[in-house]
Design a protein around this ligand. Structure first.
Ligand SMILES: Cc1cc2nc3c(=O)[nH]c(=O)nc-3n(C[C@H](O)[C@H](O)[C@H](O)COP(=O)(O)OP(=O)(O)OC[C@H]3O[C@@H](n4cnc5c(N)ncnc54)[C@H](O)[C@@H]3O)c2cc1C
Length: 276
């Protein structure tokens, strides 16, 4: 384990940014810790001396804001998909994506802010947020609030505070190739169809998830070669689009939250897309 000199739990965003700025490059934000703690244990971030825990900042709320669902950066994947609106969005696509992110103990800790900050190449949650046209709000190191579409996000410069997802009557589906159904994908596609508009995001074909049409730059590894990833990208994109057309729109105005969430779960467990 890396030797930290400070573990701090700021009471405000201003304090978090002050600590981040004072530490220069030797501080990291702590979300759920599922990735960061591993990095510290493996000494993969030897420069880190300070960890800034965001748990006091009340960033763990989901709220409706007009036609957007706003998810606080510290909302765990488990809590996000248990939310009736988030769980029902685009035929329950976030539920399926979160299950691809890792097992339940990981989902109970991993936060949506951590997923976005990390931008792992094979993150289906990140790809789903891209396809849903999510926007990311950050409190920057210059103490400004900035909101950028996830598709334009280059670097995280400060603290991610929330992710907003537009609410639309859309259908969605995920198609993936993986070594086993419970594995992270080698290549996966998330398709969202809203009326005549179709959006597909891909993961496993570039250093971080991308939208279909952007440059593929796959990195080969023990799970799949560069050539295989190039071959599979159009295949999973097509499968995801076809599945999205077949999927149901889950009505978010249904009064009983439990019933909405159950329907989202039912959909994801009956489409048979896992491991296809
Ligand atoms: C054994 C294991 C293997 C895994 N393998 C993979 C994998 O291959 N691919 C994959 O996608 N996921 C993987 N994960 C899952 C990954 O850890 C989670 O999906 C998630 O990305 C991390 O969320 P977190 O909240 O735990 O982030 P943390 O571990 O707390 O932080 C991750 C990074 O994001 C930064 N960060 C966190 N929150 C914020 C914020 N609000 N603002 C700014 N920066 C922030 C941190 O400083 C850190 O650099 C793995 C997890 C485990 C336990």
């Amino acid at each position: 384990m890396a030797i930290l000199s400070q573990f701090v739990r700021p009471a405000s965003l201003d304090e978090a940014i002050r600590l981040l700025n004072e530490a220069g490059g030797s501080a990291a934000i702590l979300g759920g810790g599922t990735a960061l703690v591993g990095m510290l244990e493996m000494r993969a971030r030897p420069e880190l001396e300070t960890v800034i825990d965001l748990r006091m900042l009340q960033l763990d709320r989901l709220r409706m804001d007009g036609e957007r669902l706003v998810v606080g950066a510290m909302v765990t994947l488990t809590d996000m998909i248990a939310h009736p609106v988030a769980g029902a969005l685009a035929s329950g696509v976030l539920v399926q994506a979160a299950r691809g992110e890792g097992p339940i103990n990981l989902r109970n800790a991993a936060t949506i802010g951590g997923v976005v900050a990390l931008g792992e190449a094979d993150s289906e949650v990140y790809a789903a947020l891209l396809a849903l046209d999510a926007a990311v709000t950050m409190y920057t190191r210059r103490q400004t609030v900035e909101t950028v579409p996830l598709r334009d996000l280059q670097v995280v410069d400060g603290v991610i505070t929330e992710i907003a997802v537009p609410l639309q009557a859309a259908r969605g589906a995920i198609a993936r190739v993986a070594r086993t159904p419970s594995d992270r994908p080698i290549v996966a596609a998330v398709a969202i169809v809203a009326g005549a508009s179709k959006t597909v995001a891909l993961c496993g074909v570039a250093p971080k998830p991308i939208l279909l049409g952007q440059l593929l730059a796959p990195i080969g590894d023990f799970k799949g070669s560069v050539e295989y990833r190039y071959e599979m990208a159009p295949v999973v994109a097509q499968r995801a689009l076809e599945a999205a057309h077949r999927s149901v729109i889950i009505c978010r105005s249904r009064p009983r939250h439990q019933s909405l969430h159950r329907r989202a779960r039912l959909w994801t467990s009956t489409t048979g897309l896992f491991g296809c």
